[in-house]
Design a protein around this ligand. Structure first.
Ligand code: HEM
Length: 533
């Protein structure tokens, strides 16, 4: 007290005393909440510990080392733990576990001011998002049931292959223009890879693309928007309350609306299609002047919303469209980019993949390659899985909240409300599951063991189970099959027709922040044409 009297003369002494006491009580209560969990002391007192590391982009390797020191469950915040062992994935992500998505997904939402509310087909909350941030598991289950077969693997070829083909053809045509010029470009852009994905998604979602590939420009200004949203989410994930306070308000709305072009684009299309339906002016397939050839995603969502009005009310239509357009852009582009980067860094892998492709495609000269010809190729599959293992696309922890009855994970009691973060970066480096040299790009680990013997079924299942590239359980990526088909067609179509060369042969990127890393560390290459076409 005397020192307080010295610093704060009365009556401020009493205020300072109350403030210090409140702070001490708060910190003690925070500390006691999970006192049985090991971890850095500072992390037990404040989320700012994790925020700082996440904001400056260094958290993933630090998390990895913390687990080496403290074991499979580590406290990384007053109410947050991180788990590293694949053994506990089902306890957290399993449908029966009852965990829900945490508040940290709020950073994925876009704020839209009142004047734009008509665009999202409703009033009230001005913060809009996609399926990914919905916390009510029952609601998500009902939505997924309502849209049913849209993304099922047995519909893929019938529903989407033609669209993938026509977009690949245009992409290859633009790559041909660049080939042999010796002009370096960022592999992330693959000249027009981003345009490829935009055109493809707009085509399957709304029946027509925006002509990005043909015109060689991002016609609607949508490139990189998902990337920037992911970057924002990544930075603010540890402090969702602060994120909401700072960003989800009218002061920021002007800036955020600029970043919500996907949202506006999707909402405008929903509105236009609804109007067409109401006025009966919809142009059917084959009709004279028709621009839409066949049923697209929006048609399917609208039909589902008519049948399942409770599961998909009008406002939610927008979330659905947003989910399938925004969620599928930079994730897929980033994965393909990094896969090519790994191939350039590993000539042996590239050679083996080419050999597999050449023998599989020998008989079929069709271009773009048919999905049926490549979907079962084991090495192609292993290369994609290994890329996703090392890349951990989103680069964040996948956060879930312990339900009201509490939970036991790995024999440890976690009170209700505890956030359990599971980092794909860390889990994908679990040596007992993925073998040694976990930082090395080695697709063979998905096929054979250390002695070169084919992996047992049990081992293969264990590796699949420990893979969080598409998340796990009821909230698995909805576009997984679609992205899988796209990649399996796109990669061979490019690889068989072009050779790339890294401008900086010593380039070495670690991908601690998933696809964010590839954009921020340009992978400069040149391209040449091969004569397979
Ligand atoms: C290589 C490409 C892709 C990767 C690696 C990827 C990865 C992921 C991951 C990890 C999640 C779960 C996040 C979490 O649990 O917090 C997710 C969710 C989601 N993804 Fe993807 N994704 C990809 C492509 C796509 C595509 C092409 C679409 C749609 C056309 C899509 C639509 C969705 C949706 C709707 C969700 C939310 C599901 C839910 O919350 O229940 N994704 N994705």
């Amino acid at each position: 007290m005397p020192f307080l009297l010295h610093i704060f003369p009365p009556p401020y002494t009493i205020y300072a005393f109350i403030a210090i006491l409140t702070l001490l009580i708060t910190l003690t209560r925070r500390y006691l909440h999970l006192r049985h969990m090991p971890g850095p002391f500072l992390a037990s007192l404040t989320d700012l510990w994790r925020f700082r590391l996440q904001y400056n982009g260094s958290i993933q390797p630090i998390l990895y080392n913390l687990h080496k020191t403290y074991g499979p469950i580590v406290r990384i915040g007053p109410s947050t733990v991180s788990i590293s062992s694949p053994e506990y994935i089902t306890s957290v992500f399993g449908a029966r576990a009852g965990f829900t998505k945490s508040d940290s997904y709020g950073g994925m939402r876009t704020f839209v001011p009142t004047s734009h509310q008509s665009l999202v087909g409703g009033t009230g909350s001005s913060s809009i998002g996609s399926i990914i941030d919905i916390q009510d598991e029952k609601k998500v289950k009902a939505i997924k049931r309502a849209i049913g077969t849209v993304f099922l693997s047995n519909n893929l070829e019938k529903d989407y292959e033609e669209d993938v083909d026509s977009t690949i053809t245009k992409l290859v045509a633009s790559l041909i223009c660049r080939a042999g010029t010796g002009k370096p470009f960022n592999l992330y852009h693959m000249v027009t890879l981003q345009h490829f994905q935009l055109d493809f998604l707009l085509r399957i979602a709304f029946g027509e693309d925006a002509g990005c590939l043909e015109r060689g420009e991002d016609v609607l200004g949508l490139t990189g928007l998902t990337y920037r949203r992911l970057q924002h989410w990544y930075k603010w994930q540890a402090v969702p309350g602060l994120e909401r306070f700072i960003f989800q308000n009218w002061l920021w709305s002007g800036r955020m609306v600029g970043k919500s072009r996907w949202a506006r684009e999707g909402a405008a299309r929903v509105e236009a299609r609804r109007l067409q339906k109401e006025t009966g002016k919809e142009k059917g397939s084959g009709e004279e002047g028709s621009t839409r050839r066949r049923e697209d995603l929006l048609d399917k969502y609208l039909a589902a919303s008519e049948i399942h009005q409770q599961a998909i009310p009008p406002r939610l239509l927008f979330n659905l469209v947003n989910s399938t357009t925004a969620a599928g852009t930079d994730t897929t582009v980033g994965t393909v980019t990094v896969l090519f980067y790994f191939l350039l860094r590993n000539p042996k892998v590239r050679g083996r993949l080419l050999t597999e492709l050449e023998s599989a495609l020998e008989a079929s000269s069709s271009f773009p390659v048919k999905y049926s010809a490549v979907k079962g190729l084991p090495y192609l599959d292993a290369v994609i899985k290994e890329t996703l293992r090392l890349l951990a696309v989103l680069g964040t922890t996948l956060d879930r909240t312990v339900p009201s009855q509490g939970a036991v994970v790995g024999g440890v009691h976690l009170p209700a409300g505890t956030v359990v973060g599971c980092s794909p970066y860390v889990v994908h480096r679990h040596e007992a599951t993925f073998g040694e040299k976990v930082d090395e790009f080695r697709p063979e680990r998905w096929l054979v063991d250390r002695d070169g013997i084919n992996l047992s079924e049990e081992k293969r299942i264990a590796m699949e189970h420990a893979t969080l590239s598409w998340s796990h359980g009821s909230r698995t990526c909805l576009g997984r099959n679609l992205a899988g088909m796209e990649m399996k067609k796109l990669i061979p179509s490019i690889l068989m027709n072009f050779t790339f060369e890294l401008c900086d042969q010593a380039l070495d990127i670690k991908f601690g922040r998933g696809i964010l890393e590839s954009e921020e560390n340009p992978i400069m290459v040149t391209v040449n044409k091969k004569d397979w076409l």
